[in-house]
Design a protein. Structure first.
Length: 110
């Protein structure tokens, strides 16, 4: 047995779990305010308006809202919604100007 050459051992193979590669963590956006008071104390103008819009929408959908209040709530909801959309459009335009929001274009490989 001393004259026999040793067989080279094959390396031990193991299965790797199918997990996605770890990507760099993007900074999380701050949580949306849970109440109008919280938005007023710590949020931006957009946060306040967005929270009020949600609150008014809930009131419109509620069966407990008095029918006499529906017209004023509806009118105020539309006013606030218009203000939020103006702010969002301004934010979108600012991103477009900076080039950060440029979408990828289709191209053909040669």
């Amino acid at each position: 047995m001393a004259g026999r050459p040793r067989k080279a051992r094959k390396p031990q193979l193991r299965a790797v779990p199918d997990t996605p590669p770890v990507a760099e963590a993007e900074p999380e956006a701050p949580a949306a305010p849970s109440s109008v008071l919280e938005a007023a104390e710590r949020g931006s103008r957009k946060d306040v308006l967005t929270t009020m819009r949600k609150r008014l929408a809930r009131a419109l959908d509620s069966d407990k809202t008095s029918p006499r209040d529906l017209a004023s709530i509806s009118r105020r909801l539309l006013e606030i919604d218009a203000q939020v959309r103006v702010i969002e459009e301004g934010e979108k335009e600012a991103l477009d100007e900076s080039g950060d929001a440029t979408e990828d274009e289709d191209w053909e490989a040669v």
